[in-house]
Design a protein around this ligand. Structure first.
Ligand code: MG
Length: 160
């Protein structure tokens, strides 16, 4: 059967952390705080895929109390999610994601993000949607206190 999933994530912006989005390190005075590389876009995508697969969420599978995954690349999280889906004979169709951040400009990095996320998931870049928008200066996102991401995933899942 065709199944869809939805994912949402948010991380705080802090100094002295690299900014990693969609597996790409982007030059910026602030980075996202978290136990992993805090790649908010990949986390939303992982949750969308896990939701479509009927699995528990990313926090359950990759708890921030697990020292073995401290600083883990979120592309590796996506690779592990992909392996989990493959074990259940679930085929990925496409994912679509939106990053919500006031700055920096994301468009120069979109092509590389799609390539890296696609290669982690075994999907061609044209099956990966990544878009970015601002929060029009409103709220915590508008004040650049953090970044958020939304994602959906569509998969083909064996009937159980
Ligand atoms: Mg997260």
């Amino acid at each position: 059967m065709i199944a869809t999933g939805i994912g949402y994530d948010v991380h705080r912006l802090v100094v002295d952390r690299p900014l990693v989005l969609g597996g790409v390190e982007i030059p910026h005075p602030f980075g996202l705080d978290g136990h992993s590389d805090a790649d908010v876009l990949c986390h939303a995508i992982a949750d969308a895929l896990l939701g479509a697969a009927g699995e528990p969420d990313i926090g359950h599978l990759f708890p921030n109390t697990d020292p073995s995954i401290r600083g883990i690349s979120s592309l590796e999280i996506l690779r592990r999610v992909r392996a989990l889906l493959e074990e259940k004979s679930i085929r990925l169709h496409n994912i679509d994601a939106t990053l919500i951040a006031e700055e920096p400009k994301i468009s120069p990095h979109l092509a590389l993000m799609k390539e890296r996320v696609g290669s982690a998931l075994g999907l061609p870049p044209n099956r990966i949607g990544i878009k970015a928008t601002t929060n029009e200066s409103m709220g915590f996102l508008g004040r650049s206190e953090g970044m958020a991401a939304l994602a959906t995933a569509c998969v083909d899942r064996p009937e159980e």
